[in-house]
Design a protein around this ligand. Structure first.
Ligand SMILES: [Zn+2]
Ligand SMILES: [Zn+2]
Length: 387
C-alpha cells in the first residue's frame, strides 16, 4: 500500500500530538491552547510564514516548494474545535476539561495536517506553495466563514482548497467522496404561537396555542412530503416544544417551537423557508392565533467542485487502492464557505467501527493517520509536481 513510508515513521509522534490535543479540548473560537500548539509546531517544522489570529483564533502556515515555476498555491484545511459533550470513553488521555470533548475527531484532523506540514517542510518536493489552514469553530460558530471574511484566500493567494473529515463506519485507511452537493445547508428556526390562555375547563374562552402548535408540527411535515420534489432532499425537524403553561389546568397563552431545516440546494432552502412561514401563519390564523417565524440561515450547502473532486479521488485511490462513492450527508460543514470562495474538494477518511461522531464514546482512530497524512502530501506533490 503506497502510504508514504515517512508517515509510518512519524506515526508515534503524530499519535502523541493527537492524544495531547484530545486531552485538552477547546470549544468554538476558544481554541487558544490548540492554536498556540499548532503555531509552535509549524515554527519548529520550519514553515516559511506563520500567521495567527485569522478568523479570531485561526492559524495559517505557508510552506514553499523547492521551486515555484508553477505559481500554484494550494490550501489544505483542518478544523481544531471540540464539542460541549461530557466524555465517556474512559481513555487514559480522555478530556481533562469538564463538559468539553473532541467528539468529532478534529483532534485527529489537526494532528494529520500537522503531520503533513512536517513532512512537506522537510521534503519540499513540490513546485509551488502550500498554505495549511487550521480553523476554529467548525461546530456551529462559522470559523471557516470568519477566516474567509478576514480575506484569507486573497491574502495568501490560495487558488484551490482541500478538506478532510474522519468517518466512522468507513474502513480505516479507506476514502469516500462525491462531486457536487455533499453536506447540507443547516438552518434553524424559532416559531412563537400566540393564543389566548385561560382555564383548562373553559376552552371556549381561550385560543389554545398548544392545539395550534400540534397542527403546525404536523403540517410542517408536508414540506418534505408534499411541497418538495421527491427526488430532492429536505429535512424539517421540530426538536423543542415549550409551553408557557406548566400547569395541568391552564391553557397556555404561548407555545414556542424550535428546530432545524437541512437542504441540498438553494432552491430547496428557499422553498422550505417560504413554506414554513406560510404554514405557520396560515395554520395559526385558521385557529384565531398568531404565529411568528424567525428563520436563521446557517452553513450553506457544501458543494464539491467536479475537477478537484476527480483529482482528490484519484489521489485517494493511489494512497488506498480505491476511493468509494460517498453518500449525501444531511449534517453541515463550514468548509462550505471556503468552497464558495475557491474550487476544491472535501473527502472522508475511514475511522473504522467506532461510535458515531458527536457521541460521548466516540474516539478518533489513530490508525487512520498514515492514510490521512499521505493523502495530504500526495495532493500537494501530484498537484504541483517538480519537473
Ligand atoms: Zn462535528
Ligand atoms: Zn467534524
Amino acid at each position: 500500500m503506497p502510504v508514504k513510508n515517512r508517515f509510518a515513521e512519524l506515526l508515534p509522534e503524530i499519535t502523541e500530538w493527537r492524544r495531547d490535543l484530545h486531552e485538552h479540548p477547546e470549544i468554538l473560537f476558544e481554541t487558544h491552547r490548540t492554536s498556540a500548539v499548532v503555531a509552535e509546531k509549524l515554527k519548529a517544522f520550519g514553515c516559511d510564514e506563520i500567521v495567527t489570529g485569522i478568523g479570531r483564533t485561526g492559524v495559517v502556515g505557508v510552506i514553499k516548494g523547492k521551486t515555484d515555476t508553477s505559481g500554484k498555491v494550494v490550501g489544505l484545511r483542518a478544523d481544531m474545535d471540540a464539542l460541549p459533550i461530557h466524555e465517556a470513553t474512559g481513555l487514559e488521555y480522555a478530556s481533562k476539561t469538564d463538559g468539553a470533548m473532541h467528539a468529532c475527531g478534529h483532534d485527529g484532523h489537526t494532528a494529520m495536517l500537522l503531520g503533513a506540514a512536517k513532512y512537506l517542510s522537510e521534503t519540499r518536493n513540490f513546485d509551488g506553495t502550500v498554505v495549511v489552514i487550521f480553523q476554529p469553530a467548525e461546530e456551529g460558530g462559522g470559523g471557516g466563514r470568519e477566516m474567509c471574511e478576514d480575506g484569507m484566500m486573497k491574502r495568501f493567494g490560495i487558488q484551490e482548497v482541500y478538506g478532510m473529515h474522519n468517518w466512522p463506519g468507513l474502513p480505516v485507511g479507506s476514502f469516500a467522496i462525491r462531486p457536487g452537493a455533499f453536506f447540507a445547508a443547516t438552518d434553524q428556526f424559532d416559531i412563537t404561537i400566540e393564543g389566548k390562555g385561560g382555564h383548562a375547563a373553559k376552552p371556549q374562552e381561550t385560543v389554545d396555542s398548544t392545539l395550534v402548535a400540534a397542527h403546525v408540527v404536523t403540517a410542517l411535515q408536508s414540506i418534505a412530503s408534499r411541497n418538495a420534489d421527491p427526488v430532492d432532499q429536505v429535512v424539517v425537524s421540530v426538536t423543542s416544544i415549550e409551553s408557557s403553561s406548566k400547569a395541568f389546568n391552564v391553557i397556555a397563552q404561548r407555545v414556542e417551537l424550535k428546530g432545524t431545516v437541512r437542504t441540498m440546494s438553494t432552491e430547496m432552502r428557499d422553498l422550505a423557508e417560504t413554506r414554513m412561514k406560510a404554514i405557520c401563519e396560515g395554520t395559526a390564523s385558521a385557529f384565531g392565533a398568531k404565529a411568528e417565524v424567525t428563520y436563521y440561515r446557517g452553513y450553506p450547502c457544501m458543494v464539491n467542485h467536479e475537477e478537484q473532486t476527480e483529482f482528490a479521488a484519484e489521489v485517494a485511490g493511489s494512497v488506498a487502492g480505491a476511493c468509494e462513492d460517498a453518500p449525501l450527508v444531511m449534517g453541515g460543514e463550514d468548509f462550505a464557505y471556503m468552497l464558495e470562495e475557491r474550487p476544491g474538494a472535501y473527502i472522508l477518511v475511514g475511522n473504522g467501527d467506532t461510535a458515531s461522531v458527536h457521541h460521548p464514546e466516540y474516539n478518533f482512530n489513530d490508525d487512520a493517520i498514515p492514510a490521512g497524512c499521505s493523502w495530504w502530501a500526495e495532493i500537494v506533490e501530484k498537484r504541483m509536481p517538480v519537473h
